[in-house]
Design a protein around this ligand. Structure first.
Ligand SMILES: NC(=O)c1ccc[n+]([C@@H]2O[C@H](COP(=O)([O-])OP(=O)(O)OC[C@H]3O[C@@H](n4cnc5c(N)ncnc54)[C@H](OP(=O)(O)O)[C@@H]3O)[C@@H](O)[C@H]2O)c1
Length: 308
């Protein structure tokens, strides 16, 4: 088992007090509410259900084997996520062993009940999609997921029809579509305008701002929740600032690290419902959770200027 452990009191000491102080100084997002840790939540427009703003991706980071040495650090990552008021976990059948690892680790205590579990369909529509879905359920050790997304818009018309069928049957609570590259934003926007979906998952970061031009406002207008992937540009944003201290003004929005600045950049956009940074390290999860109080949008340009 990893030596990185904090009890709840220590954890709240680390992020909670500062978060509560910061909330008084920052303009709140629409309909915000606070998890016990101080992490903000935002409403899923199609239901009103509140989702904690910091979630977690699993691409690469949860693609590990079954040994104690490989899994113990990820148990700590999940423990911190839940203790910090988080719940959203995004995975996919194409992320190697990630679904299996998530399915296994969520067997601990009440973690499966506390998780808002999102996965994806990337098989061609029809029988392939059903086979892939059944595989995901088996790996996740579950009979339903909270959110099922068409991965990278693969065969999206047929796959979206399948997702809706599953929603109708009660196996899925929300449906959505995803992509990770700017060139797909126009197609995502067309889907938001023409179809009834609950979620869009899209790339957005301080260095890649295309989504904010019209896709994000469109999602807000149409009542579609937004999950943001690649908020760190797969980690490459940290190379951009390597060796530099965070600016002194970061303290005004309660940021003590580059990761917190990059996540607060994303969450300062009012169309964003939650961000899903991936990490395999407990200290990075703790760092990311520290960004869970939303900052004023006026800081976005200042943060982006640091990596432009
Ligand atoms: N088409 C799609 O649907 C699609 C595409 C891309 C991504 N996604 C989803 O979005 C998630 C996030 O995207 P991503 O994984 O591509 O990239 P990302 O979240 O932008 O970056 C992840 C990288 O950042 C590092 N990191 C995390 N927290 C850190 C911290 N506090 N300080 C320093 N480094 C930190 C991680 O390394 P450590 O492990 O060392 O912390 C990892 O290498 C994915 O995992 C996936 O669930 C979906």
């Amino acid at each position: 088992m990893s030596s990185f452990r904090m009890n709840r009191r220590e954890f709240i000491g680390a992020i909670g007090a500062a978060a509560f102080a910061a909330v008084a100084n920052t303009r709140a997002a629409e309909s915000p509410s606070l998890a016990p840790s101080g992490m903000q939540k935002r409403a899923i427009p199609s239901s009103g259900e509140q989702l904690p703003v910091i979630g977690m991706g699993t691409s690469g980071t949860f693609d590990v084997g079954a040994t104690e040495a490989e899994r113990a650090p990820l148990v700590e990552v999940l423990r911190l996520l839940f203790d910090g008021g988080g719940s959203l976990i995004d995975t996919a059948p194409s992320y190697g062993r990630a679904e299996t690892v998530i399915g296994d680790l969520l067997q601990q205590g009440d973690w499966r009940q506390r998780a808002f579990l999102a996965t994806k369909i990337s098989a061609g529509g029809g029988a392939g999609a059903r086979t892939q879905w059944n595989g995901s359920l088996a790996r996740l050790r579950s009979d339903k997921v909270d959110l099922l997304q068409v991965h990278n818009l693969v065969d999206w018309r047929e796959n979206l029809a399948f997702l809706r069928e599953l929603k109708q049957a009660g196996q899925v609570r929300y449906v959505g579509v995803t992509h990770y590259l700017d060139h797909a934003h126009d197609e995502l926007a067309r889907i938001v305008q023409a179809e009834r979906i609950d979620f869009v998952q899209v790339n957005y970061s301080a260095a890649t701002r295309s989504a904010e031009k019209w896709l994000l406002p469109l999602c807000k207008e149409h009542g579609v929740a937004v999950l943001v992937n690649r908020a760190f540009l797969d980690g490459r944003l940290f190379d951009t600032v390597h060796g530099r201290e965070v600016p002194a003004w970061a303290a005004e929005i309660d940021c003590r690290s580059w990761a917190q600045l990059f996540l607060k950049f994303v969450l300062a956009n009012p169309a964003v419902t939650a961000v899903i940074p991936a990490t395999s390290k407990a200290r990075h999860m703790l760092d990311n959770l520290g960004a869970g109080v939303v900052a004023d949008a006026k800081y976005q340009d200042r943060i982006a200027a640091l990596v432009s």
